[in-house]
Design a protein around this ligand. Structure first.
Ligand SMILES: *[C@@H]1O[C@H](CO)[C@@H](O)[C@H](O)[C@H]1NC(C)=O
Ligand SMILES: *[C@@H]1O[C@H](CO)[C@@H](O)[C@H](O)[C@H]1NC(C)=O
Ligand SMILES: *[C@@H]1O[C@H](CO)[C@@H](O)[C@H](O)[C@H]1NC(C)=O
Length: 546
């Protein structure tokens, strides 16, 4: 990150960044269909109206089917890439989810892969020809890497990020880059550089964040697999808000070298990269491909642990804990209904269900929030100040109005790190008491919030403090006919009372509802395996919410 003042005013930089984005979309040939300027709040059906059947049939496929077609030569990499470029451009017009399209980079790579296939009669690797979208802060050689700050516009990545190199070598095609919020610390996606990314199910709602560009793009099928990052919920919130799959893996399993990131090198709180996808198999293929490449040989911080296949036990029932609420804020009725739906389907399939009590989630937040900005937010403040861009409301809220953000002395930092370890130990004992295989819980206290209101992180950030993997899968949609508070109605406290008032079934009707499956540290394979089992038993399908 550079602390130099940029050579232009922030307004000029914004103009330049957006003109650049427009130019990358205008470079597409044939041009993508024009998006109507007046559309309803839900845009989910619009790609079907605008795009040809040939484009739709490719982009409606989940990644595992696409890879099957690509590896047998039924589809060429160029066909697939062209289809995704078209649909991603349309998704940008509908949700403002891209920072740029990569038509020439993607086409050139696709042609190279098709040549390889013709010459060698086999795919180059496990991701042969699969288009992958990238969150903006993941470095791509020669391209801007702003990390959401206007002042960083002139920062050009000198090389591809490690994860990009691994995916490229496995045969991936990178077709676009997606929006992130200023500071990357919002569970929404808005920046001065690119404006506000909206939820394709309802533009008054946020797609979540900070990987919200990925969320909106993948919901609209402008990508079937993308990379996000997560230090407080940034993969899981967009996955849930946009009705798709997402995985926050355990830290130090996937490479992070070469990303633009404020806290790079600081492991007070571990930020991770991870996948978002239209299918659960997409998450699994992503994890396995990267880990099979043994990335620890180049990035010594990573744990040299292979991807270990997991099978659900056959000699005993699976034991799933359910965290109905965190003891502070009860989730809205649509979330509780989703939990109930899964629980009753699992019970009917002989899965043991255990009510899992929350353990001091308020304390967990205090520790995590004290460790987010050990410099009191100084570095972020400078990166905003050097360009003169205004603070976005949610940046101000998480940094300036957050009572836990203080400049820590070395002793104070050591104190909070000790608290973190103490809490991790207590929580391990708590988990041992229940002896569950995995924990089913909300992703947030409600469905996608209205813009500038996503201020409750605890349902996701809890697992960042613990460094437990969390997988999000779509379950249902808010339904004003079916969702209402149950009669017990006990209020947990002031925050619960305030959050209860935000429930309005008309406002959230039709918004996706996802749930989260959490495992212990390094149990990434296990939660993927258990999620496969749950989704099969519950009869959930990707295209159709129940
Ligand atoms: C980019 O394109 C959009 C949509 O066509 C247009 O509204 C906007 O003014 C353009 N911005 C720039 C800076 O060219
Ligand atoms: C997390 O929960 C605590 C209550 O224990 C609350 O004070 C805080 O505002 C919450 N933080 C976020 C970002 O959700
Ligand atoms: C979208 O969200 C807004 C704000 O919550 C709400 O008023 C509206 O009813 C929602 N649905 C649609 C289809 O507009």
């Amino acid at each position: 990150m550079s602390s130099k003042s940029p050579s232009k005013t922030w307004v000029d930089i914004v103009e330049e960044a957006q003109a650049h984005r427009n130019a990358t979309i205008a470079a597409l040939s044939p041009l993508a269909p024009k998006v109507p300027s007046n559309f309803a709040k839900s845009v989910m059906h619009i790609p079907e109206e605008l795009l040809d059947d040939s484009v739709l049939s490719i982009t409606d496929m989940p990644p595992e089917d696409l890879l099957q077609a690509l590896s047998t030569g039924q589809l060429s990499a160029a066909q697939v890439t062209d289809a995704y470029l078209q649909r991603a451009a349309v998704a940008q017009g509908l949700s403002n989810c891209l920072t740029e399209l990569l038509p020439s980079l993607a086409r050139d790579r696709a042609i190279e892969l098709d040549d390889y296939f013709v010459r060698n009669k086999r795919p180059i690797g496990p991701l042969h020809g699969l288009p992958i979208s990238l969150k903006e802060h993941i470095g791509l050689k020669g391209l801007h890497c702003t990390t959401g700050y206007v002042s960083q516009w002139e920062n050009i990545a000198k090389e591809d990020a490690h994860i990009v190199r691994v995916l490229h070598d496995a045969g991936a095609v990178f077709h676009c880059r997606t929006t992130i919020p200023q500071t990357m610390m919002h569970l929404e996606t808005d920046s001065n550089l690119y404006g506000v990314t909206v939820n394709p199910y309802n533009s008054s709602l946020t797609p979540g964040g900070s990987s919200g560009g990925e969320g909106a793009l993948i919901a609209l099928r402008g990508s079937c697999l993308g990379i996000g990052s997560d230090v407080g919920g940034s993969i899981r919130s967009p996955a849930a808000n946009c009705g798709i799959y997402g995985l926050k893996p355990t830290a130090f399993r996937l490479p992070t070298d070469g990303w633009g990131y404020m806290m790079a090198g600081a492991d007070t709180t571990e930020t991770v990269l991870g996948p978002l996808s239209t299918s659960l198999q997409g998450l699994k293929i992503f994890m396995k491909t990267i880990i099979d490449s043994e990335p620890w040989l180049e990035e010594p911080a990573l744990i040299p642990m292979p991807w270990r296949p997991y099978s659900v036990p056959t000699d005993r029932p699976l034991r799933i804990g359910v965290l109905w609420h965190d003891g502070i804020v009860k989730p809205h009725p649509s979330i509780t209904r989703a939990l109930n739906t899964i629980v009753s389907k699992l019970r009917a399939n002989d899965v043991e269900i255990v009510d899992f009590a929350p353990h001091l989630h308020d304390k967990a937040w205090t520790i995590l929030a004290s460790l987010y900005y050990p410099d009191g937010g100084q570095a972020d403040s400078e990166l905003i100040a050097t360009s003169g861009e205004p603070w976005r409301p949610l940046s101000e809220w998480i940094i300036k109005k957050n009572p836990c953000v203080k400049t820590l002395s070395v002793g104070e930092l050591a104190y909070w790190l000790e608290e973190r370890e103490e809490y991790r130990k207590e929580y391990a004992m708590h988990w041992n008491k229940y002896g569950v295989d995995a924990l089913l819980c909300p992703v947030g206290p409600g469905a996608a919030p209205k813009h500038n209101t996503a201020k409750y992180w605890n349902y996701t950030s809890q697992w960042n403090l613990l460094d437990y993997p969390g997988l999000v899968f779509p379950v249902t949609m808010v339904d004003k006919e079916r969702d209402s508070w149950n009669s017990d109605g006990q209020i947990l406290g002031d925050q619960d009372q305030d959050h209860r008032k935000l429930w309005d079934p008309d406002e959230f009707h039709g918004a996706p509802v996802g749930l989260q499956l959490v495992g212990r540290r390094f149990e990434d394979e296990k939660i993927v395996g258990i999620a496969e089992y749950i989704i099969a038993k519950a009869g959930l399908s990707i295209q159709k919410f129940d």
